[in-house]
Design a protein around this ligand. Structure first.
Ligand SMILES: Nc1ncnc2c1ncn2[C@@H]1O[C@H](COP(=O)(O)OP(=O)(O)OP(=O)(O)O)[C@@H](O)[C@H]1O
Length: 254
C-alpha cells in the first residue's frame, strides 16, 4: 500500500511573551492507505497540534508534511483549502453543525461546496443517504440537529466528513463528548468505514477507542515515544485487545 501521509522532522513552536514552547519536536511517521491510526498521549503532549499540523489547519515551524504525494507547505491557500475540502475529512469532539439545517442538509454541505466532481444534486443526495443508511441514521435525515442523540449526531458528522470521498479522515477526540454506548456506535461506524478502505487518523485519550485502531502512536512532550501494532488475530475479543494496549501504555508510563 502507498503512503497517503509522510511526516518528516515536524516541529511546532509557539512563542508567548518571548517564551518558546516546543510543542512538537522532530516528529516522523507515515500513514499507509487503508490504515487506522490513533495518536495517544497525556494532556498537553501535542496530540491536537500534531493533527492540525499534518492536516493543514495549522502551519508547522519546520519539517515536511506530504499528503498524497504533495508537500502541503508548497500549496497556495486556495489549493490547500481545495485539498482539505475534497481530499480530507474532519471530525471533531464538538460536532459543529448548522442549526437551521436538517441532518441531511448538513451532511450535504461539503458536497455542495465542492467543485471536484460533476455529480448532480440528486446524486449527492443519494450518496449522502447511502452513507446515512450505512451508519444506521437514515431515519433522522429530516430531523433538526437538536432532535437526535449525541451518537447519532457524531455519526452524522462522520457522514458529512465522508461525503466528498476523502483520501484520509482526521478525527480529534471523536468520542470525547459521548457516553460509552454512543462511543461504541461511533467506533463501530469508523471501523466499518476503515474495513471498506477509508484511511483514518484520530486523536484519543481513550484506550478502549484506540484499541479498535490498527496502530497507536504514543506521543510524550512532543516526541513519538513508541508505536503499537494491534494483533492481527481475529479471535481476540475487544476486551483482550484493550488489555494488551493498556499493558503497552503502562510500560511507557501511561
Ligand atoms: N494556539 C496555541 N498557542 C499557543 N500554545 C498552544 C496553542 N495550541 C496549543 N498550545 C500549547 O501546545 C501544547 C500542546 O497542546 P495540544 O492541544 O496539542 O495537546 P494535547 O495533547 O492535544 O492535549 P489535550 O489532551 O489536553 O487535548 C500545550 O502546552 C498547549 O498549551
Amino acid at each position: 500500500m502507498a503512503n497517503i501521509l509522510e511526516v518528516k522532522d515536524l516541529c511546532k513552536t509557539y512563542v508567548i511573551d518571548k517564551r518558546q514552547n516546543n510543542v512538537l519536536r522532530n516528529v516522523n511517521f507515515e500513514v499507509e492507505e487503508g490504515d487506522m491510526v490513533a495518536i495517544m498521549g497525556p494532556s498537553g503532549s501535542g496530540k491536537s497540534t500534531l493533527l492540525y499540523s499534518v492536516s493543514g489547519m495549522d502551519v508547522p515551524t519546520s519539517g515536511t508534511v506530504c499528503f498524497a504525494g504533495r508537500d502541503i507547505a508548497k500549496l497556495s491557500q486556495t489549493e490547500l483549502a481545495k485539498v482539505r475540502l475534497d481530499e480530507m475529512g474532519f471530525i471533531f469532539q464538538q460536532m459543529y453543525m448548522m442549526k437551521n439545517l436538517t441532518i441531511l442538509d448538513n451532511i450535504l454541505l461539503p458536497a455542495m461546496e465542492s467543485k471536484k466532481d460533476e455529480r448532480s444534486r440528486a446524486e449527492k443526495v443519494a450518496f449522502a443517504e447511502e452513507l446515512m443508511r450505512k451508519l444506521s441514521i437514515i431515519e433522522v435525515a429530516d430531523n433538526d440537529i437538536n432532535e437526535v442523540s449525541g451518537g447519532q449526531l457524531q455519526r452524522a458528522c462522520i457522514c458529512r466528513s465522508m461525503v466528498n470521498h476523502p483520501k484520509l479522515l482526521f478525527a480529534d477526540e471523536p468520542t470525547g463528548a459521548l457516553n460509552r454506548a454512543a462511543s461504541t456506535e461511533v467506533m463501530d461506524a469508523l471501523g466499518k468505514l476503515n474495513r471498506e478502505g477509508t484511511t483514518i487518523m484520530m486523536v484519543t485519550h481513550d484506550a478502549k477507542v484506540a484499541s479498535r485502531c490498527k496502530r497507536v502512536l504514543y506521543i510524550l512532550d512532543g516526541t513519538i515515544k513508541g508505536e503499537y501494532k494491534a494483533p492481527e488475530d481475529e479471535n481476540l475479543s475487544d476486551a483482550d485487545r484493550e488489555r494488551r494496549l493498556q499493558n503497552w501504555l503502562l510500560d511507557l508510563g501511561w
